[in-house]
Design a protein around this ligand. Sequence first.
Ligand code: ZN
Length: 282
Amino acid sequence: MKIWLAWLALFLPALLFCQQKAESKPEIPVDKWSGKTILLIGAHADDDMLSHGTLAMLQAHGNQVYVLTLTTGNVGTQDPQLSRMQLAQIRRREELAALEELGIPGEHYINLGYDDGLLEFEDRKAVVENLVRWIRKLRPDVLLAWDPGKNYQRWHKSDHRAASYLAADAARAAMWRLLFEGQITQEGLKEHMIPEYLFYNDYDHEDENLWVDITDFVEKKVNAGAKYVSQFGPGWKHYHPDLTEAEVKQMKDGVRGRIRMKDGSPIEGFRYYAGLPDALGK
Ligand SMILES: [Zn+2]
């Protein structure tokens, strides 16, 4: 074979791969999505809160919405009276109550049971394998996750940082039939490539390229956010489930006050990506 032909054969696949451009805008706008399976992966029972308006919209529009939380949230409190076990149970109840406000069925909540605050020290292979199993089971059309950042460079606090990379790594691994192949040969699952992504982020919005108008779902977002009694408002330092009317109002005002506005409308912002999971950091 001529030498240039050999070079072409060697580099053509890489060249073609580089030309597969990542899409930064969905073909169908998010508010027109229906019949899709949507999976959100977060670290804690309330990470989905940043996307509650969008999740409520997707649920109302006939999509199947699932929320998967990696940790039990058994550390996040300033109340000296609460044990880990109690807090994990409280946070499960809070999450289910929040999802109910959004219209998302309780059986669509999945918790993988890892310890809060220590996610990055877990066995990464085991966590990814676990996530891959759920991706292959649910076969989502869209993944919502903490944004691992362009070039995988975004800084998050520890569990969020771990969750962003774990979700990205699992999305990638799920499409390769020879990775975790026991799930395929023994469990009857099939490999799955997630085609679209909505990455969320809590304070740094510079990579956002898609904003969902949540005007019609603000009340659901406020009511759902007010269910995280152990995390916000008076329950943070002294947990008590039966809030006074004034305390409920304080919680709702807090959620409402954090809603972002763009061009006069309440929004939630994302970095949208479509394409091979291998390139989702690009
Ligand atoms: Zn969190």
